[in-house]
Design a protein around this ligand. Sequence first.
Ligand SMILES: [Zn+2]
Length: 250
Amino acid sequence: MTDRLFPFVPRCDEPMMESSLPSAQNHLIELLPKKDSQRLLAQCEPVQLQLGQTLCEQGAAIQHAYFPVDGFLSLLTRIDHHPSLEVGMVGREGLFGASVALGVPTAPLQALVQGPGSAWRIGAPALRAQLDMSAALRAVLLRYVYVVTEQMASSAACLRFHLIGPRLARWLLMSEDRAHAQHFHVTHEFLANMLGVRRVGVTVAASKLQRLGLIRYHRGEVQVVDRAGLQAAACSCYERQRLAYSHQLS
Ligand SMILES: [Zn+2]
């Protein structure tokens, strides 16, 4: 079994033209029988996700669902006057808009592009029609909803019980899995917001990971240099979520 959420695919930095898009490269679509995936993809359009773009606000109607290919999203929640907090992440292992499969037309969370890249986009009515036609698609998306529920429950416990350093290591591993690259751009301020901690806490934790030779961090560019070491430093939530996904959606 791989120690990643899904196999590593080198990042392609070339602009992605429709004709050069692979058949799916989203794991949920790849789990479908060929006729179901082809029928679904015929209703999808390839789009480029831009860093910092909000695909849907919390509580807003879902206009489109997104199956990321090499872009990825943070799922954020906000209560009262507090800054947004990340409670989930979606890359090519998942989709944004799964609540459509539950018959709910609104998004419970904000979807913010954290890693730019390509995705398949489908209108919510078209996705509902596909769900009506494909038992396989219904089964895959409902299993994915289960995995996301598990992910969010463990995020709540992680926030309460795990220290910043191991949480940061987990976050970097989750991002690396979805960025399909060993380096990506992120600031301490962004990390602090995502993890729900003060910026100085992130600075201390990132410095420690760097001193241990697990990452390099320079001007917002993070490079994972020792993945095995970073996994050893991460809290147990990373492995728990990886296993939950592989049990349901392999
Ligand atoms: Zn944790």
